[in-house]
Design a protein around this ligand. Structure first.
Ligand code: ZN
Length: 180
């Protein structure tokens, strides 16, 4: 079917337009913004939009979602890295007793997949500015502002994508499920 013959499922308008968003081609309704076309592509665009609303890159959002899906873990805040400010990507989590066990599984995942990661990652216990005890997942070293290069950040970003994938994988495995 030609794009101009497709009908918007949201508003019934005929004539969706091809657009490129989040690195994939989808059909978009010029009237209401409704999406059409390949399900996987539509799903990716919806996720990217939700990520944008929460102020995350898509990869960071995928990781945050995996962590939020672990019982006992609450993601307090997360940030993409910023080479200019010299900050690495990080996810701050508040955990209860169940969440603490989940973190031990997460540490195990970091260890199992360390060769797939370009940087070394760790989980650090910190007091947040508001006095909350948080566990922060981040690369294992600090870099003073101006010293963190765009290449460093790209490595960290690729790791965030890898982490989202391996956490998703490992959460479904016996050793993670059986003890939780
Ligand atoms: Zn529409």
């Amino acid at each position: 079917m030609r794009p101009e013959d497709t009908i918007c499922e949201e508003c019934g308008h005929r004539g969706l337009q091809e657009s490129l968003e989040a690195g994939v081609r989808v059909l978009e309704c010029p009237l209401c913004g409704g999406l059409g076309g390949d399900d996987e592509a539509v799903n990716r665009v919806l996720l990217a939009r939700e990520a944008g609303e929460r102020g995350f890159s898509l990869d960071l959002f995928l990781l945050v979602r995996e962590l939020e899906a672990c019982r006992g873990i609450r993601v307090v805040t997360a940030e993409d890295g910023d080479a200019w400010r010299g900050s690495w990507p990080r996810v701050e989590m508040e955990v209860d007793r169940k969440g603490l066990r989940q973190l031990s599984f997460l540490l195990r995942t970091l260890q199992i997949h360390r060769r797939e990661l370009e940087l070394s990652w760790r989980i650090e216990l910190q007091l947040s500015p508001s006095g909350l005890l948080v566990h922060t997942l981040r690369p294992d070293f600090w870099s003073p502002p101006g010293r963190l290069t765009p290449e460093d950040l790209e490595r960290a970003e690729r790791d965030v994508s890898t982490l989202a994938r391996v956490v998703s994988l490992d959460r479904g495995l016996d050793w993670w499920v059986s003890i939780s």
